[in-house]
Design a protein around this ligand. Sequence first.
Ligand code: FAS
Ligand code: PHB
Length: 391
Amino acid sequence: MTTLTTQVAIIGGGPSGLLLSQLLNKAGIDTVILERATRDHVLSRIRAGILEWGTVELLREAGVDARMDKEGIPHDGCYLTDEELMVHIDFKGLTGKQVMVYGQTEVTTDLYNAQAAMGTTVLHEVSDVEIHDLDQAKSYVDFTHEGTRKRLECLYVAGCDGFHGVSRKTIPEEKRKEFERVYPFGWLGILSETPPVNDELIYSNSRHGFALASMRNENLVRYYVQVPLTDKVEDWSDQRFWDEFSRRIPSEAASRLVTGPSIEKSIAPLRSFVSEPLRWGNLFLVGDSAHIVPPTGAKGLNLAASDVYYLYTALIDAVKGKTSGIDEYSTRALARIWKAMRFSWQMTTMLHRFDGEDAFAEQMRKATLNHLATSETARRDLAENYIGLPF
Ligand code: FAS
Ligand code: PHB
């Protein structure tokens, strides 16, 4: 069997794995990324669109900020609406901070390019990954690549392989504590090369259901509508999407809507999920391998970034023998994860109608939006969570 050696084995070449590898290699720590898919497949997945400023700063620290600064769009606020109210959340005015509109696909592209320039080892189309000896001084990962079984010896393993990966399941089930809330609806999202309906995002809770008007740039929009979990993408023609989207956003915005052919269309289920602990011997879970948030709070990618920050700084010390950082990683990361979990759940329950809910639930949503409309303190609380709590 072919054997490779590294300091940190990274399972998964999505944003978590790539950003962790970039930061560790910049600090002189060797890594190998084992990625199941091809690079093109990873880059074809349309995911997040909003970066917290903490994530922006971390990407700057990683040296992958040039294109983001050129093509990204800083946003000062967003709108929350229902049939009666349109509430502006002024991030800049309330917190002094902004968010950056820059798609996850762009972040991942920039990281792949930076990794190639740095000459790091990223192995694609690996399979049958198995993680071993996590309770020993050195661990190893067995995997199949280019038709042969290989072994990667390492000091530490970063599980950056997402919700369906192997890392979390390597922790014995009886040692894992998992928390989950599955929402009874999904988001149908489209990309369309048309100008945005509004200069800032609109989260709309209408009697027809939720809609989100987001964007990637001044001629590429990312729009979503809430759909039943039973819906399939093929049930939704472009025309049906445009008709439904335009009746769910405020009429003054709908009057500006420019429609066009979708260049991507997909349905994402919504769930809240956390698996504790994030560490098992030499294995550390990062990003979606450990937690999933409904996209309503724009937290998924940003939580992956804060996990990476906590782990990379801890591993720099650990390879020098100072283990306090890795000993505290799980507790420290989970503290921020749970706060983002709460915010994402709150935004989802505030902005979506749930089948079979009673009139009281509707009144609670109205009262929440009304309180935001009339209380600067309430708007500041939402803004602080949306732009991202400190790392
Ligand atoms: P990822 O899932 O992105 O990456 C994991 C990587 O590991 C993948 O490349 C996978 O191929 C690889 N892998 C899996 N199993 C493996 C194995 N056994 N061996 C080797 N490699 C393996 N977040 C937001 O903030 N806003 C959004 O609007 C938003 N929309 C989303 C829509 C969808 C459909 C999904 C699924 C997620 C969305 N998210 C959103 C969340 C998303 O952006 C994640 O938070 C982000 O991708 C997390 O990055 P990673 O932790 O790297 O996980
Ligand atoms: C997106 O642009 O894809 C996006 C923006 C904000 C969200 C979710 C998704 O809350």
